[in-house]
Design a binder for this molecule. Structure first.
Ligand SMILES: Nc1ncnc2c1ncn2[C@@H]1O[C@H](COP(=O)(O)OP(=O)(O)OP(=O)(O)O)[C@@H](O)[C@H]1O
Ligand SMILES: [Mg+2]
Length: 293
């Protein structure tokens, strides 16, 4: 399934529209939506970080050592790699190998012990906390295994949250949140709270929240880990559509089958990269795909 050559640095951008029965497509042919803009409009916010072939992420000799009860845990032990704009990569590795630690540092949710992270040309260690928060808000959308939605907020309020930090007006926030939720097939669930939604629907709310500020990079840490095979298939379909539209996608997964939806697989073991390979025969998700475990 994989070989050792470098990933392709470009592939044609495609428009946002998909088959009308897909979770992404309900509302997906509305070219005014934040998602739909990304496809071919080079003035869109997506295009800012979307020059295919340019390094959108550079990770250099990254180290994270946790100190717990006087014991050092070396979670990440010198990881270096680059990701080109518009690439879709999977990060695989056994439990405890440092995948989430790495993702949290890339997502500016945690600070490295040493090493560098450069996001869209910006050296993150030169940024103060406010600047880091702004970078995270504008450039990165994070999707977690456990959804991490606010339990008492409706779907639309959860999706509006990153736009509050971005300073958008309430009318603009509501409009965009509605568009993105429609895009992930949740037009009829805007006012549901997380406990009134299925796991797959909650994850789609989380994806909508990750997308609403039109980030260049989507970081997804085991996004299918808590889902049934059909909901997992829908999530992979959405990630592949976003990739087609020009987003850079970095996906953490335990599962080879899920990993093969990406263009490239980086394997980590004990906090280090052990292989970095191109996927030669990518799996394609469609609306009816199921994740085979
Ligand atoms: N906040 C923390 N304090 C101390 N040690 C930690 C902390 N977070 C993670 N670790 C340790 O760092 C190592 C890497 O953890 P990490 O969560 O990155 O692994 P992972 O590859 O994401 O695993 P999984 O597949 O189970 O999610 C583990 O040994 C873990 O116990
Ligand atoms: Mg993890």
């Amino acid at each position: 399934m994989v070989n050792n050559s470098n990933p392709p640095s470009n592939s044609p951008l495609t428009k946002g529209g998909t088959s009308s029965s897909s979770p992404l497509a309900k509302g997906g042919d509305n070219m005014n939506s934040p998602l739909a803009k990304g496809g071919d409009n080079m003035n869109s916010p997506l295009a800012k970080g979307g020059d295919r072939g340019v390094n959108i992420l550079e990770v250099d000799e990254l180290v994270k050592t946790y100190k717990l009860d006087g014991v050092n845990v070396e979670a990440v032990r010198g990881i270096s790699f680059t990701v080109k704009s518009g690439e879709f990569i999977s990060i695989m590795g056994p439990s405890g190998s440092g995948k989430s630690t790495l993702m949290h540092m890339i997502g500016c949710l945690d600070v490295p012990t040493s090493g560098r992270i450069i996001i869209d040309g910006e050296e993150t260690k030169d940024l103060n906390e406010n600047q880091l928060a702004k970078l995270r808000n504008q450039k990165i959308g994070f999707v977690f295994q456990t959804f991490n939605l606010l339990p008492r907020a409706t779907a639309i309020r959860n999706v509006e949250l990153p736009m509050i930090y971005a300073g958008l007006s309430i009318s603009e926030r509501t409009k965009r949140a509605r568009e993105v939720l429609e895009r992930v097939g949740l037009k009829d669930r805007l006012n549901h709270r997380p406990n009134q939604l299925s796991g797959g629907q909650q994850q789609r709310v989380a994806i909508a929240r990750a997308l609403v500020n039109d980030p260049a990079i989507i970081l997804a840490d085991e996004p299918t880990g808590n889902l049934d095979s059909k909901s997992g298939g829908e999530v992979m379909f959405i990630l592949q559509e976003l990739h087609k539209e020009g987003k850079t996608v970095i996906l953490v997964t335990h599962e080879q089958y899920v990993a093969e939806h990406a263009e490239r697989i980086v394997r980590v073991l004990d906090g280090k990269i052990v292989s970095d390979e191109k996927v030669t025969d990518r799996r394609k998700s469609d609306n009816n795909s199921e994740i085979v475990k």
